[in-house]
Write a protein that binds this ligand. Sequence first.
Ligand code: SF4
Length: 173
Amino acid sequence: MSKLIVVEGKRWIPSLQRWSWIITIVWMTIANIWKPFGLFGFICMFTPILIALSGSGKMHCARVCPRGSFIGKVGSVINFGLPIPRLFHKRGFRFAVWACMMGSFAVMLVLVIPKGIYALGNAVLIFMETATALALLSGILFRPRTWCTICPMGFSTENIRRLTRRARAQKAA
Ligand code: SF4
């Protein structure tokens, strides 16, 4: 069995990101052929949140994320190396990206759920493909994992980590 690594006082799994990009390719290919398979995209969306809520912080981003692995691979081959816009590091901008993407996802769910699983699977696929296209574009223009600076899931897990740390500190005080 592979060794667990202790990070932030928690046990982390060894990185899967040498190969987890394959999951992105396989999922997108199958979901484009059979739309309900797009629903597995929810796993990709909510796993980082569940891992962060379990107290393991950004373990998903650092060790698992198939999209992070995918953009890392592509960006390491094709990359213009432009400087990352400073705006990407501003909390207000990151929050705006988060609110915009989460808001549009919520509206999309409300509109599409009544239409059944084919429409829902297709909508999840389109949403994820759009996010992956933006991630790829930023990874090619700037550094490979530039998207991780503004990714809504990364922003969510960062905030959950901050809150859990604060709660732990208050408990210990
Ligand atoms: S920030 Fe987003 S894309 Fe990057 S590793 Fe985390 S969940 Fe994946």
